[in-house]
Design a binder for this molecule. Sequence first.
Ligand SMILES: C[S@@+](CC[C@H](N)C(=O)[O-])C[C@H]1O[C@@H](n2cnc3c(N)ncnc32)[C@H](O)[C@@H]1O
Length: 451
Amino acid sequence: MSSLAPKVSPKNLILLLPGDFVGGNALIVCIDGINKDLLSTVSSRADKLLVLDNGESTTTAIDNIQHCEVECIKKEDINNLSSCSLVLYNGVIDAEFASVCLSCLLPDGYVMLVTKCAQIDESVENQSEPTTYSVDKVLKSTPSIKSFGFVFVASRTIEKYEDNHMLYCSVFKKVLLDPKLDRRLDSLQDVLNDRTYTTKILRIFDKVFSREGDPGFISTGGADVTQECLKKLDLQPGQRVLDVGCGAGGPLIQTAKKYKTHMIGVDISSNMIDAAAEATEKLQDLNIELEVCDIERREFPEGYFDAIYSKDVILHIVRKKDLFKKFLKWLKPGGKLLITDYCKTENEQFSDLMQAYMEKRANVWFLITPSTYGQLIKDAGFVNNDVQVKHDIFRECAVKENISFVNKKENLLKEFDQAFVDDWLDVWKKKVQIIDNGDLTWGVFYSEKAL
Ligand SMILES: C[S@@+](CC[C@H](N)C(=O)[O-])C[C@H]1O[C@@H](n2cnc3c(N)ncnc32)[C@H](O)[C@@H]1O
């Protein structure tokens, strides 16, 4: 994980509290104190708080709680607990307690961990202090109980301390593990981090897509094409905008600079969010929040965003219509949605070249035609829908990127090994071929939420 923290304030902890957590018992474990705003928000949504406290600092926060029953419990009571809808754990969780959380939670219940972490040092094996990586690993590797297990929802670096530590918050959900679905989605995060978007691949993408002084572009057309597409949103200063699958942050930074909007960038790949955090680190005057999250499991408050956009991301998502319904819910009335994405054409089957290409990209592409795409957005409840197939622009971009790659080859070889550069040159050459032979095209989708 990165040693850099995005610019966020502790109040952003509250935004991580899942929007669909309402009612039921909440177990609050306060090993290292508690954030009182977070506690107060939890108490406003839960029916009852069960508080396990190791210190005195929590007492005042608990005393201030009104309109919610509070029961202080002891450690030995923990194993008998059941039917909690949330566990809020402030401290360093271990495997044993993670199992307790799994058994005391209701299905679809959440664990929210708030931990002071050391920033990971990849060179140190078995680092003794908790790191973002080890915190998440405890939950991810909790053995399932009656086929229920934890899946990752979201995480944020909340605050960075002088002493090279940070406050880190991550959220997991208890779900019935469908081996075909949820484990696949979990492995999607690993596949994207470890195969599709390794830090080395991100560096070479950046060289191809980004311009000098305009970093963080890793998809079709770079800064210019992104800018052109986003015009349609007619963004205004101060509006709250969600960038779904924000990648290395190029589009998000460009938008925040141009429109002075409040940007929330989320991406399932921590490599991407690390890169975006690095790109935004010196841009403290911009209003940018970053979060690692699986957009399929995340819940934002209803009517929270003025606009949502997503550039070349939803190709990775199987249940697209469910996602569009969530977008509709998260938008304010009159809110705008802009999506660009890779699509398949009306061709019956993919060519062998295309099959091999998708295999090379770790087989995490789930493509549909632009017309199906438009229909799914409409069926989700959006109005004023506009579907545009931008095949020529897509081809033009791929050709330009291919040429730029060839021209930069000598320089790239100073930074990357020959086999890696040749491999990626070949990928770009083939990208033009699969566009030309009708396997792949590109759609731009604009929609609105009714007033
Ligand atoms: C081709 S990149 C585009 C990045 C960025 N939008 C841009 O235009 O530069 C696709 C991005 O989608 C992200 N992604 C894929 N599935 C996701 C999910 N379920 N939740 C959040 N992000 C996801 C990937 O990690 C990756 O960063």
